[in-house]
Design a protein around this ligand. Structure first.
Ligand code: UDP
Ligand code: MG
Length: 321
């Protein structure tokens, strides 16, 4: 018997695209000779997404729906999908059809041929995205790799195929700030790339405004590296060296008479703002880590599910770690 497959789709205000995505995913799954289901995670949408998903679930028992009590964010939605997945394999895919569901059979073949546990999709091109989004993504993946203590594939999003062994390990991770693609790389096993063209969004607008992108970037940075802390120490060290040099220079100048203390206002002013800046920056870096510790220690649930559809009761809770 072929391995079973779950397609996990996080959705936030996707009323314009959700019917088309469901149709295309369903069509692909019907052709595929694997037992399958689709897990839609409605991340607190305020439009008609929930009603539409509910309709699909009523007429198609292979559609499972998890609805959050509010918007918890894309990474939490995918996490919930993985917690509730009981299949042998799972694909994480966006609802907006930027990542074509038609590629999934090819991804499964790639996984089988290479005997891999993860097939991660790398974007060769990104259609329909603005210059700023493309540039920020390019710069982001490279900066992150510089800081990260785990090697993270560049230009790869969350669109990927995972084997059960990876899902099992992922579900054991209890940290609240999740950068999923990083955590999956961290798990290890055999992970191979799959190159594809990223399409333009089918309809509607991006649900990832700059603020959410920044939050994802900071989570990834802070959870995958302590290099920023070391950087703070390095900056502090150099500022001490500079200040010692300047102190030596000004004392020597006073004794030998080559500095004029009364005309030193500008240099004094520049030095005060420079060292003030260095201090605030380093305190900020330390503060960011403390903030995350605070979030982790509170130990609140990562997300709250308001409604479930087509999950067998009793079994649902068991799959959740
Ligand atoms: N999404 C979500 N919660 C959010 C933001 C986005 O579940 O708070 C979903 C969204 O519905 C989509 C996926 O995450 O399926 C990726 O979002 P989007 O396509 O807007 O991001 P972009 O491709 O522009 O980076
Ligand atoms: Mg998108």
């Amino acid at each position: 018997m072929n391995k079973s497959l779950s397609v996990i789709v996080p959705c936030y205000n996707e009323e314009e695209v959700i019917a088309e995505s469901y149709g295309r995913i369903k069509k692909m799954l019907t052709k595929l000779d694997h037992p399958s289901d689709i897990i839609f995670v409605n991340d607190g949408s305020v439009d008609r997404t929930e009603q539409l998903l509910s309709q699909f679930a009523k007429s198609d028992k292979s559609v499972k729906v998890l609805s959050f009590s509010r918007n918890f964010g894309h990474q939490k939605a995918v996490t919930a999908g993985l917690h509730y997945c009981t299949s042998d394999m799972a694909v994480i895919i966006d609802a907006d059809l930027q990542d074509s569901p038609e590629l999934i059979p090819e991804m499964i073949l790639t996984m089988e041929k290479a005997n891999a546990q993860v097939v991660y999709c790398v974007r060769k091109t990104r259609k329909g995205e603005g210059f700023f989004k493309k540039l920020s993504a390019k710069v982001f993946y490279r900066i992150l790799n510089f800081f990260s203590e785990v090697k993270l594939p560049v230009d790869a999003g969350d669109f990927r195929l995972l084997d059960k062994s990876i899902i099992r390990e992922f579900n054991k991770m209890h940290e609240k700030g999740k950068y999923i693609r990083g955590l999956i790389s961290w798990v290890g096993f055999k992970q191979i790339p799959f190159y594809y063209e990223r399409e333009a969004r089918f309809a509607g607008e991006t649900k990832y405004p700059f603020s959410k992108m920044l939050k994802l970037a900071t989570t990834s940075m802070l959870y995958f590296s302590t290099k920023p802390l070391k950087l703070a120490t390095t900056i502090g060290f150099f500022s001490v060296i500079i200040s010692l040099g300047l102190a030596f220079w000004s004392i020597l100048g006073k004794i030998m008479g080559f500095t004029h203390a009364d005309s030193g206002w500008t240099s004094l002013f520049v030095l005060i703002i420079f060292f003030g800046g260095v201090q605030l920056l380093t305190i900020g870096i330390v503060g960011a880590y403390i903030g995350n510790l605070f979030d982790e220690i509170k130990n609140r649930p990562e997300y709250i599910i308001e409604k479930k559809q087509n999950f067998e009761t009793g079994k649902d809770e068991k799959t959740k770690q």
